[in-house]
Design a protein around this ligand. Structure first.
Ligand code: ADP
Ligand code: TRP
Length: 340
């Protein structure tokens, strides 16, 4: 991907549990990509998608806490708010004006096919309930709000997990419909970026590490909590001295996803030869995780304790975001309404 002078944008929903799977699979790569984009003269736009969370998160205290945790997590992991544009979605009213305009160019059928809505309908039907039971328009319109996030800034690339690619494709289709309607490029057509070879980090039970499965190693917690989570990684009862194929061993898969190559090699060799016990490997893994994360955790705690400073950063970020958004929206409005 050529990021020279490009606008690269991504959003994250506030969530209460951030785990090392999110760290290796999303946070670290996002920050690395952000640095590359900036070094190449582009803009890296990263925001907390709090309005996207309202359709399922209606507890204001939780909303506030999750938003704070997420902001502090990204900052502690190295996001530089002076270089990147880092803000809270709800602080940029242009996005919501854009959403209203975009609804008029979005075939309703697109929304019927969007995966989150379809999954909710399928669940209802399986339970013998009416198709739309408990489904609000926030969930139904979710892809239009996401399209507004992307199109309001003239984004070129949108790094996302595979589950979000459909939403970026819908966004490109909506932008295409706008451009076709007025016979010129009003909105830039964005492209999704996925990490093709991104390995999913397994959780302590062997399934994908996920907050929904309760099998996570938390990103930011006391060393003892992290150690306990590592100790709970499932192992088998093979003899300690038996030579093993590392690929078959969950503990190795997790270590490979997190640790530096030298340590991965040491564990791999220990397993192949036999003689390296699971307890020893767990200790090595817990030490490696805490060694890498302890300094970041300290920063995280500090940001959380001085949240007013973070709030200020987000507000400054929203100003920069609005400056990028305004001309795109003004051009769209002027086209639709024939304003001079
Ligand atoms: P969860 O499965 O815990 O609900 P999310 O769906 O909120 O996680 O994921 C947020 C981001 O973290 C996504 O970009 C996703 O690709 C990444 N991610 C989540 N779980 C993992 C994992 N086990 N390994 C690697 N990346 C992950
Ligand atoms: N829907 C995304 C998710 O669930 C979050 C998101 C909202 C987003 N707006 C976006 C991602 C715009 C990329 C671009 O993960």
């Amino acid at each position: 991907m050529d990021v020279q002078n490009k606008i690269v944008l991504t959003g994250v929903k506030p969530t209460g549990t951030v785990h090392i799977g999110n760290y290796v699979g999303a946070i670290k790569p996002a920050i690395a990509l952000g640095r590359e984009v900036i070094a190449n003269g582009g803009h890296y736009v990263m925001f907390i998608a709090d309005y996207h969370a309202v359709n399922y998160l209606k507890n204001p205290e939780e909303m506030q806490l999750f938003t704070r945790k997420l902001a502090c997590t990204y900052l502690a992991c190295g996001l530089d708010p002076n270089q990147m544009i880092f803000y809270r979605q709800s602080d940029v009213p242009e996005v919501f004006e854009m959403t209203t305009l975009l609804t008029n160019f979005t075939p309703k059928g697109f929304m019927n096919k969007a995966h989150a809505y379809k999954a909710a309908v399928d669940k209802n039907i399986a339970k013998g309930e009416p198709a739309d039971a408990g489904i609000n328009m926030g969930l139904y319109n979710y892809p239009i709000l996401m399209a507004a996030d992307i199109l309001t800034y003239g984004s070129d690339y949108v790094p996302v997990g595979k589950d979000q690619v459909q939403h970026v494709e819908i966004t490109a289709d909506i932008a295409g419909a706008v451009n076709a309607c007025y016979g010129k490029q009003v909105l830039k057509i964005p492209q999704a970026i996925t990490q093709e070879n991104a390995a999913l980090l397994p959780g302590t039970d062997g399934r994908k590490m996920s907050k929904s499965y309760n099998n996570v190693i938390p990103l930011f917690d006391d060393a003892e909590v992290i150690r306990k989570a590592v100790m709970s990684i499932k192992t088998d009862s093979q003899d300690i001295n038996a030579p093993k194929n590392p690929e078959d061993i969950l503990l190795f898969q997790i270590a490979r996803g997190f640790c530096q190559p030298e340590l991965v090699k040491e564990i791999e060799e220990g397993l192949r030869k036999g003689g390296m016990g699971y307890g020893t490997i767990k200790k090595m893994l817990a030490d490696a995780i805490t060694a890498e994360l302890a300094p970041l955790y300290e920063k995280y705690v500090d940001y959380m304790a001085h949240y007013d400073k973070v709030e200020e950063m987000l507000r400054e970020g929203a100003k920069k975001a609005r400056a990028l958004a305004r001309p795109v929206l003004d051009n769209f409005r002027a086209t639709v309404l024939n304003l001079k």
